[in-house]
Every structure is written in structure tokens, then in C-alpha cells.
Write a protein that binds this ligand. Structure first.
Ligand SMILES: [Zn+2]
Length: 331
């Protein structure tokens, strides 16, 4: 009898979800209901099933409410964006009319138009783009800024478009490239070496700046001097990248090595620049540590050496602390 009861319970419990959803046939329903009347265990299970159902319903309802709220908010933000865009068209129309009436043509109107595009890129775009907002904003800001520079250059008959736009792109790239590279999907090797990609990209733009400046300068021996100085100075950030990203040292040890490098760089940068500039008098002053008589040059030397004197011990302390921390963790 007991065995039969247990068997029945298992059978009934299999049927309970169907019973609960009211999709079992009439015979099964009668069997279930009859059994439930005399079995408190199965009644409990049915009650639990119903509760779960209510929970699921509640979660569903909550999600619906949140989704509706988000939709409403998106719609409102979009409307604000559209209104700002509408407001921005007013000066465009005014300037269009003025330019046509006074100048009988269109010239400076395009400067106003592109300037307002820059404004729109940081006000309208973030409000109206539904996803990847920051990427879209950065993209449209950069594009419209370049367009503005190009328009002004064209209107004023200048030849400085690249001289202005390459450094602008370099600056924006230094600021925003790390973020962009983190956000965009990249193939295998590049996705594992995003920092390397950013550094290589920024280095290229830095050389771009040096090159465009080269076409606008009358400095003798510009190319050799500019490329050598840039090449030497870029060693420091590249060394940071190698230490921070590609060594398996403890964080404080890394910081220590970077600090020491900074100090050494400060100590050698002046003589190296003098050497590249072939300024032998300065080179001699920097390397012989001739600090008398007192002048601006001596002050320069003392400052550089003080920085070095302060950073090297700091770096060593960081390295020692880092190693001790690592040892304590390991043992
Ligand atoms: Zn039962």
C-alpha cells in the first residue's frame, strides 16, 4: 500500500505542472484532484509550483515596467536632442540669409555651419544616438572639427590645414585612443596587445606632427634634429609600456623601475639635446658639471640632477618594498 502511494505521488508530481497550466486531459485532472485531497505532500508541491509561477510573473512584470521606463527615457532624450538640433538651425538660417544678402554669395556661412556642426557633435549626437554613444560622439566631433579647420583654411586661402589638423588628431588620439581601442572588437593578436596598438598609433601621429612641421619651417638641419630628438624622447614612454605591460614584475617593482628611468632620463636629456643640436659649449657645461659661474644653465643642471637624486632612491625603495611584498605573499 505504501509503495503504491509513493508511486502515485511520483506520477502525480509529474502531472502537476500540466495540471497547474491546465493543459492535461479531463481524466488526468480528476486523478490529480482526487489524489490532492488525500495527500498533503503533493498539495504542498502544487502550492510551491503556484508560488514560483507568481514569482516569475512578478519578475516579468518588473522587467516590463523597467523596459517601458527606459523606452520612455530614450524617447525623451531623443526629443531633447532633436530640439537642440532645431535650435542650432536658427543661427544657420540667419547666417545663410545675411551672407546671401550682404555678400551676394556663400563664403563665411560655411564656417558658421561647420562650427555649429562641432557644437552639434557634442550636444545632439550623444542625445540622439541609441548605442555606442561615446564612440559616435568622438567620431563626429573629430570629423566636424577637421571640416571646420578645412573650411576656415579654404576661406582664408591658407596652406596650414595639415599643420593644424595633424597635431589636433595627435592630441585627440593621445586622449581618446586608449578608450576607443578598449571598446572596439579586434582580431586575436591585436586584442591581446591593445596597449601596444595605442602606443604604435600615437607614435605614428607624433611623427606625423614632426613631418608636417618640417614642411612649414626654415630651421636648418630640421629633419635630422627633429627626428633624433623625437626618437630619443619617445624611448621613455615605450620603456614604460614594455615594463608595465610586458614584464611579470610586482606592481610596485614596475613603478620603481619607471621612477628610476624617469630620473635617469632627466639626468641625460640636457646633454643629449645639446649633442643633437651640436651645441658643444652647452654639451661641455652639462657633462663636465661645471656649475660655476652661476647662471641659468647651472640652475638647469642642478634642477635636473636634483630630480635624478630624488627619483633614484624613491625607485629603489619601491622595488625593495615590492619584492618584500611578493616574498610575503609567496611564503
Ligand atoms: Zn501524493
Amino acid at each position: 500500500m505504501k509503495m503504491e502511494q509513493k508511486y502515485n505521488c511520483e506520477l502525480i508530481q509529474d502531472l502537476l505542472p500540466l495540471y497547474q497550466d491546465q493543459i492535461c486531459n479531463a481524466y488526468s485532472r480528476t486523478v490529480v484532484e482526487t489524489h490532492l485531497q488525500e495527500c498533503p505532500d503533493c498539495r504542498k508541491i502544487l502550492a510551491k509550483l503556484r508560488n514560483n509561477c507568481y514569482d516569475a510573473q512578478l519578475v516579468q512584470e518588473k522587467n516590463n515596467v523597467l523596459e517601458a521606463h527606459a523606452r520612455k527615457e530614450r524617447k525623451e532624450t531623443f526629443l531633447i536632442g532633436a530640439s537642440v538640433a532645431g535650435i542650432l538651425t536658427i543661427p544657420v538660417i540667419v547666417c545663410l540669409i545675411c551672407n546671401l544678402a550682404i555678400g551676394h554669395g556663400l563664403d563665411w556661412f560655411f564656417i558658421v555651419l561647420t562650427a555649429l556642426l562641432v557644437t552639434a557633435s557634442v550636444s545632439v549626437v550623444p542625445l540622439m544616438v541609441p548605442e555606442h554613444t561615446i564612440l559616435w560622439t568622438l567620431g563626429s566631433f573629430t570629423g566636424s572639427l577637421l571640416l571646420l579647420l578645412f573650411t576656415i583654411c579654404l576661406y582664408t586661402g591658407g596652406d596650414w590645414f595639415f599643420l593644424a589638423s595633424v597635431p589636433v588628431l595627435f592630441g585627440l588620439s593621445v586622449l581618446f585612443m586608449p578608450y576607443i581601442v578598449r571598446k572596439i572588437p579586434l582580431p586575436g593578436f591585436l586584442s591581446r596587445n591593445r596597449a601596444l596598438l595605442v602606443m604604435a598609433w600615437d607614435t605614428l601621429w607624433l611623427y606625423g606632427v614632426i613631418i608636417v612641421c618640417g614642411f612649414h619651417t626654415a630651421v636648418t638641419d630640421y629633419w635630422r634634429i627633429a627626428l633624433q630628438i623625437t626618437g630619443f624622447c619617445i624611448l621613455l614612454p615605450w620603456a614604460f609600456l614594455l615594463i608595465i605591460r610586458y614584464t611579470k614584475l610586482q606592481a610596485q617593482v614596475k613603478a620603481g623601475f619607471c621612477t628610476i628611468l624617469c630620473g635617469l632620463f632627466g639626468a641625460v636629456i640636457n646633454p643629449v639635446l645639446a649633442l643633437i643640436l651640436q651645441d658643444w659649449e652647452r654639451f661641455h657645461a652639462y657633462t663636465s658639471l661645471a656649475i660655476l659661474p652661476w647662471n641659468a644653465e647651472t640652475f638647469n643642471i642642478i634642477t635636473a640632477l636634483s630630480v635624478t637624486a630624488a627619483t633614484i632612491p624613491t625607485g629603489i625603495v619601491l622595488i625593495v618594498c615590492g619584492i618584500r611584498k611578493q616574498r610575503r605573499r609567496n611564503g
